[in-house]
Design a binder for this molecule. Sequence first.
Ligand code: ATP
Length: 302
Amino acid sequence: MQNLIETKNLSYSFKRFRAIDNINLNVPQGSIYCFLGPNGAGKTTTIRTLLGLYNVPPTSIKIFGKDIQKERINILKHIGSLVETPSLYEHLTAYENLKILRHYLGGKKERINEVLGIVDLMGGVNKKVKAMSMGMKQRLALAIALFSNPKLLVLDEPTNGLDPQGIREVRELLIKLNKEKGITIFLSSHILSEVEKLATNVGVINKGKLVFEGTLNEMKKVSENVLLIDTNSPAKAKETLERDDKQILIVGENTISVNKNSNESINSILKKLIDSDIEIYSVRSDSGNLEELFFELTGEIK
Ligand code: ATP
């Protein structure tokens, strides 16, 4: 499958602070790609670089197979985006907001009702924005992003600040846009439970680094092969197992997580620890627990 977004060693620094570090993203055409990470992980910074709002070296970002630094305008014509709070005219109706947009962008008058229909706002067509719920406002913002018929939507935390009803409305709308209109969607989120309901593909970012990328199913598979070991000496256990090229994280005061291969027995792992005089208090496998995996991928690494 073709990738609509591809980044190669994408990095960006604010003065000396490296906010994102060697990010390699692969966003397949037709996917709902959720870019998941805790606050401050680097999601917005990545999105801003994708939209050409921050300068990065050429060849770092390809969208639709083209370099964003060289063909920004051409590329942006086919992207609908929502970064920051949308600026809507509060004293005008949804229709009037879109009329103003059409004045700038051109396009057929009928497109206004078309996009209002897509985001299910025809019922509130005469309602002023200031009287709308947060969910309705967000759907209007999405109507604006959709106006030019984009192939790709890039959305920074589109459900942020919405109540459960609003979150559901936006989620259902995004799934509909993806399924019925074939629009590829790249969105950021810090809420795993949301991502699980929506994503086909997931990228997990933590402290500026991409710590996981794959399909949601692959992420579930990885979570099935995580072993949690309580021990008297997590640091020593980490060091010991890392000699075998294992990925180890210290996830609690006395706990490490080990990413084992799916067909690997745990005997060899435990034997290594025992041979190094490390006490083992308990061994658990939170099979298929995505929350645990997410915590491991993004938790404090001591
Ligand atoms: P959130 O969910 O809180 O929006 P995020 O994952 O989108 O988080 P970013 O906004 O990309 O994270 O920020 C990544 C890091 O870069 C943070 O440590 C943040 O403090 C820092 N940062 C962001 N913008 C600037 C800026 N303009 N100047 C300096 N540092 C910045």
